[in-house]
Design a protein around this ligand. Structure first.
Ligand SMILES: O=C(O)CCC(=O)C(=O)O
Ligand SMILES: [Fe+2]
Length: 226
């Protein structure tokens, strides 16, 4: 039985979600470096050592320059759902462009569909409570998001460091818990293979207990973003 279950919400981008999902699945299944997490009802892959330790250090320095208290789309929940520090990295920076391009190429998604990478830093006690990355289409923000790229189809996330204790990415509905590993890229399809919005992708960044956790997240839209 699922732990988190919401009533269904309208899914106007279903066909596009089906198409992107199939494309990414084809690509990652053929990639010997991509390891699929063995679960039935969600598509999650890990690519260890996707970025080098030196690149992680460079990204961490960028996160430290931009991170401010997090702000999720549901402003009413600000500081409740996500207590980490976050900020968009500079999308015009050539190093950022290179990392983004590598993720675009891995997935085979056009660069223009990707949102700017966002950095996050969690200190002890900070967390991101269970949520989905796909947009709740009944929420007021959807009117805006529908016109600037539509639904978030794919999430890509890079762990920039190992965390002494805590800070796993947990998918409570499917019993998956991924510990941060420096340089690893995690990718998941926010939709099911038929294009429906997948509630089994609900996930959390569990509280950091010891150490600090740095990540970079990149969300892809079904159409050109912005
Ligand atoms: O911190 C994590 O492991 C998860 C982050 C996350 O869910 C997000 O940025 O959307
Ligand atoms: Fe998320």
């Amino acid at each position: 039985m699922s732990l988190y279950q919401y009533p269904p919400c309208p899914n106007p981008d279903k066909v596009a979600l089906l198409r992107v999902g199939a494309h990414v699945r084809r690509r990652l299944s053929a990639d010997p470096l991509a390891e699929k997490v063995p679960v039935e009802t969600a598509e999650i892959w890990a690519i260890p050592e996707f970025v080098s330790p030196a690149e992680c250090e460079q990204l961490i320095a960028m996160v430290d320059r931009t991170a401010r208290p997090s702000d999720t789309l549901d402003h009413g929940y600000e500081g409740v759902w996500r207590t980490s520090y976050s900020g968009d990295v500079d999308r015009d920076d050539s190093f950022v462009k290179m990392i983004e391009r590598r993720i675009d190429d891995l997935l085979g998604i056009p660069h223009e569909n990707g949102e700017t990478m966002q950095g996050q830093r969690y200190e002890p006690g900070q967390e991101f409570k269970p949520h989905m990355d796909w947009f709740w289409t009944k929420a007021p923000y959807w009117k805006v998001e529908a016109k600037r790229g539509g639904q978030r189809c794919i999430t890509a996330m890079i762990y920039l460091n190992d965390v002494e204790e805590g800070g796993q990415t947990e998918f409570p509905n499917i019993g998956v818990s991924i510990p941060p590993q420096r340089g690893a890229l995690i990718v998941w399809n926010n939709a099911a293979p038929d294009g429906s919005l997948n509630q089994d992708t609900i996930h959390a960044g569990t509280p950091v207990i010891r150490g600090v956790k740095y990540i970079i997240t990149k969300w892809y839209r079904v159409r050109k973003w912005g």
